[in-house]
Design a protein around this ligand. Structure first.
Ligand SMILES: [Zn+2]
Length: 389
């Protein structure tokens, strides 16, 4: 009888041991969704978003509502942009997700304004805005742990007129918080593993669209020659680069040939506002590097053209599935980086571990209860058998 109870307990312990345990630092949550990014691009690129137009205001309201829906504290930073003597209203939409440290921020951003000639600005930059919103949803809705530091999701305005929105944000953030790093999404998604069909031409030797990860400089400071960086700042730049390489190449095993971490030298998106201020940053830029360079047979860029539409992205990617795969590469790198940078030492236990701990405790109690009940039943059964003739 005792042996039976012990066997029962052992069997249940085995069941318990077989329960999946989340990897330390990871979460049991699903990945950020490329399909959701696609749907958001579809919505946002429907609006003509040149500064201070009805579509621009509609996009701003949609972004704010979406962020509020995820429980973010939403702030609007209003400013005006002088365009040929005309004062145009501009506004950054900033969603704040408080971590254990409210004054250290990891900022994920992308601009939502579009040039005057972009009818829908799907690639430049509904995709970046959509990516920021999807990462906001993922970390607030799917990941149960509170981050160690705070996550700030920024939809910048007036990038196309010189990165004014992100510049304003960096200036105003300085008084309130330390910005640990910035991840910038602009013209993003046409990237590895999407085949570059221009490679069918003998003039282009790129098999895939590349994902460029332009980082705050580590070796080549030529793009920031006008700025002085002290040793600590340079060390911070190097640290972000190392973390990026660890996530992209070690954890995700992405090919460095097609997913390139390189110094930001001559680019001009919103990460510049951060890097100029000495804040480590990465620009996620999918596609081909040198737009319209002479002799370039690989470029298929349509930025700032009316053809910058979601249908064009799908056409260039070759299929809907290809486009989603391109989005997913960047989403995985971004979520890996946020996990590393904002959720503390990856070796430390996080919420999913806590959840599992509770499950294990409940199961351990169940095992004891079942074992006790088993002993009682067996005892009665034996008594019953002894009593019968
Ligand atoms: Zn852009």
């Amino acid at each position: 009888m005792k042996a039976a109870a012990v066997a029962l307990s052992l069997a249940l312990l085995l069941v318990m041991a077989a329960l999946p345990v989340a990897a330390p630092g990871s979460s049991a949550a699903a990945e950020p969704s490329a399909e959701r990014v696609y749907e958001l691009v579809d919505t946002i690129s429907d609006w003509y978003r040149y500064l201070d137009t009805p579509g621009h205001h509609a996009a701003e309201a949609f972004i704010a509502e979406t962020m509020e829906g995820y429980g973010l504290e939403v702030y609007r930073q209003e400013f005006t942009v002088n365009q040929g003597g005309q004062q145009l209203d501009a506004v950054n939409v900033v969603g704040y997700y408080e971590g254990k440290d409210p004054n250290t921020w990891l900022v994920l951003g992308g601009h939502y304004d579009a040039t005057i000639s972009s009818d829908s600005g799907a690639y430049d930059n509904a995709v970046g805005t959509a990516t920021v919103l999807e990462l906001a949803r993922y970390f607030t809705q799917e990941v149960e742990t509170q981050p160690e530091i705070s996550l700030v999701f920024g939809a910048w305005d007036s990038e196309e007129e010189g990165g004014q929105g992100s510049q304003l944000f960096v200036e105003s953030a300085g008084g309130n918080a330390t910005v640990l790093a910035n991840l910038n999404f602009d013209m993003f998604g046409l990237s590895y593993p999407i085949p570059n069909r221009a490679s069918l031409s003998p003039l282009c030797d790129e098999d895939y669209f590349k994902l460029y990860l332009y980082t705050s400089p580590v070796e080549d400071f030529s793009g920031y020659a006008d700025y002085e960086y002290d040793n600590q700042t340079r060390a911070n730049f190097s640290m972000l680069r190392k973390t990026l390489e660890q996530v992209a190449y070690d954890e995700l095993a992405l090919p460095p040939e097609w997913v390139l971490a390189v110094d930001d030298t001559e680019t001009n998106s919103d990460q510049r506002s951060f890097i100029r201020a000495g804040i480590p940053a990465i620009w996620f830029r999918g596609m081909h590097e040198y737009a319209w360079e002479e002799g370039d047979a690989c470029e298929q860029t349509f930025k700032h053209f009316s053809t910058d539409r979601l249908e064009s992205l799908e056409l260039i990617a070759g299929s809907h599935a290809n486009l989603l795969a391109g989005f997913q590469t960047g989403l995985d790198i971004a979520s890996g980086l946020v996990t590393e940078l904002a959720y503390g030492d990856p070796a430390a236990p996080v919420a999913s571990e806590d959840g599992n701990g509770v499950a294990r405790t409940v199961l351990a109690l169940l095992v004891i209860a079942v074992a006790v009940a088993g002993v009682a039943v067996l005892a009665r059964w034996r008594q019953g058998r002894q009593a019968s003739p």
